[in-house]
Design a protein around this ligand. Sequence first.
Ligand code: MEV
Length: 340
Amino acid sequence: MNADFATMSSFSADIATQSAPGKLILCGEHAVVYGQPAIALPLADIRAYAQVMVGTPGSGLRLYAPDLGREWIVDTNAEDPLGELALATLHALNAPHTDLALTLSATIPIASGMGSGAAIATAMVRALADWAGQSLSPAEVSALVYTSEQRYHGTPSGIDNTVIAYEQPLWFVRHTTAEQQIVADIEPITIAQPLTLVIGDTGIRSATRLPVGDVRRRWQANPHYYEDLFTQVGELSRAVRVALATGDLVGLGPLLNANQTLLEMIGVSSPELERLVAAARAAGAVGAKLSGAGWGGVMVALTDSTDSRSAVTTALRKAGAVRVLETTVAATSKRSPRSA
Ligand code: MEV
């Protein structure tokens, strides 16, 4: 334990702890940046955590991320999106910038397409609000975190911060208003049958902004080609929504496979992802695709029985997955997003 950690460990008094889920994009990543619909799921059991503790007088606003081996004091001049978000949140809460220690951690693999950054940021905003004795609506939390996502990713669609803040399966469409404001239409979706998903991690860390920036450059050079691909992805998202609402898991599998083909054509897949996708399908997954920004990170396989779930898990490990996570997305019914 280093000296700074020892100091931080001596904080006492008021404590607030909050968490936020990871996320998976089931269909529509990348195309969503260009106005096509996408479907995102929160992962209730794979989460990020934030704890706020009152520090000793004069200790400042300190962030501590043991998973990253980082500890720092928020400096208003530094390039520090998380620190800026902490300050912006305290400002929004009308809470004085004070002596606080924030400890951030996650069971979500970092830079893997599962929204670790947005989940950590969301947990932090929620914990600060809790500490201040206030409640922020999902829309307010999402807006604060979106500002921070822009610092990391350049042109994020907003899907990650939205599904994590609302914490329910969402239909998400981003568009630009006449006033050039970027807004999102979100709707909760119906999931008639629980989804048993197996997530395979390539272990290759890839910052979202890299494939997103690369797609943007290629789209600028060849807009018709890419817009056609994005439109096809949008059509798949519509079909996936119907399959989810009707509980048609057999129909859902080929739609996920078709989304993978389009993501390969968009240029965001990788040999490692494709090896895992092929292994999952060969082991009995009804469908499999990369999830998130690609070039690394995770893929997701849909399974239809306990037997096929364990066969897919074994196959993914054999095919080189550094981590395999199993998760179930519960059936839901149509309702309004968590309100303000
Ligand atoms: C990243 O989780 C999803 C992308 O579509 C980027 C974005 O929507 O901002 C690749």
